[in-house]
Design a protein around this ligand. Sequence first.
Ligand code: EPS
Length: 414
Amino acid sequence: MFSKSAPSAAGTPAPVAVTMERSSMLRFETAGESHGECLVATLTGLPAGIPISIQFVNHELWRRQQGYGRGGRMKIETDQAEIVSGVRHSHTIGSPIAIIIRNKDWKNWTGALPVEDSDGAEDRKKPVTRPRPGHADLAGAIKYNFQDARYILERASARETSARVAVGAFAKTFLRQFGIEVLSHVIAIGPVRLQRQAAWDEIVALSQKEEVVLGCVDPETETSMKEAVDHAYRTGDTIGGIFEVVAHNVPPGLGSHITWDSRLDGRLAQAVVSMQAVKGVEIGSAEEQAASYGSQVQDTIHYDKEKRRFTRGANKAGGLEGGMTNGQDVYVRGFLKPISTLRRPLESVDLATREPSLAAYERSDVCVAPAAGVIGEAMAAIVLAQAFLEKFGGDSLAETRRNLEGYLVQVREF
Ligand code: EPS
């Protein structure tokens, strides 16, 4: 948005200050309630000419539904994207893309969540008056002035992330045109943690598996993770974890150090922490770095004279320095709290009586870490695609590619 300063009172022309707020070329929005008719997503700003595979979009949606520890809802839903605009003859055409994902569970909720009020509608409601600690229930009910948290939890639910993953599939497809791949794996479930760095090839192999357990590259660690989830099942509890998203083959120079909101590390962090149940984000090995001396954790700089390029001693920075990609793989971790809906509920207060009461229990998941990894991939891919388009622009894939190639020549000649 452009704005001009007002003329000065004395009538002399004031200097014209033109400011431009950051408004990414690539924008998306989602709508939809967990048990409503469907989820909806729109994505605006992708160049024309990107080949789109609906099978790929649906496979991403399938990946998000997998994992040991998901609840009964995933047995009901088989998420499928209906693309209703912006793609024709299997290619983007530059216009806004609109996607619908229908909720199969809606048929069981038509009475509880009708669009139009009618006689007896009040009796068909499924009110939630005992807010769950950790959930949006109470904060949302106070803010939106509802004595029933139903409308809050319907939108706060992680069901919304299905729409994010559909959008992410488009962002991933766009990035893939330039050789960039974004994948994830799970590095911790509760106290059980993968004790080594996963290689890129292992993460690729994991993503191609037809059976997803807990998304860990190491089978032995995954078995211990499964035991930790089983313990949560047995005790009516839930369990958190950590997922790691890796973006491979990212060119240097996405994002910038020049302003706070162009720093790509900050934008990735916001995208990942905006995910339901994510309470923290780590870029590279931030936690280790905070506990180390500088000499131990900076990625030393070297030069390969034969290949005429800079190399690094390690990648503890997670591919980001000064808010810019540095040509190494990008590493972002998301820290998931345990889901707040417990089968053995915690203390709460009934909104109707204000008396102490146990929190409501609605069918829920026990562990969502592998699914969260897939959602993290989507969010990271969207942010990377935004930064990529900010740098290279283009209304068509051919134009974006030309712009990238020109820049890569400059990088090689640097
Ligand atoms: C969720 C509760 C469960 C989860 C849901 C998130 O849904 P339901 O109450 O319908 O059983 O399965 O996640 C999804 C539906 C999904 O697609 O990921 C919650 O309370 O946030």
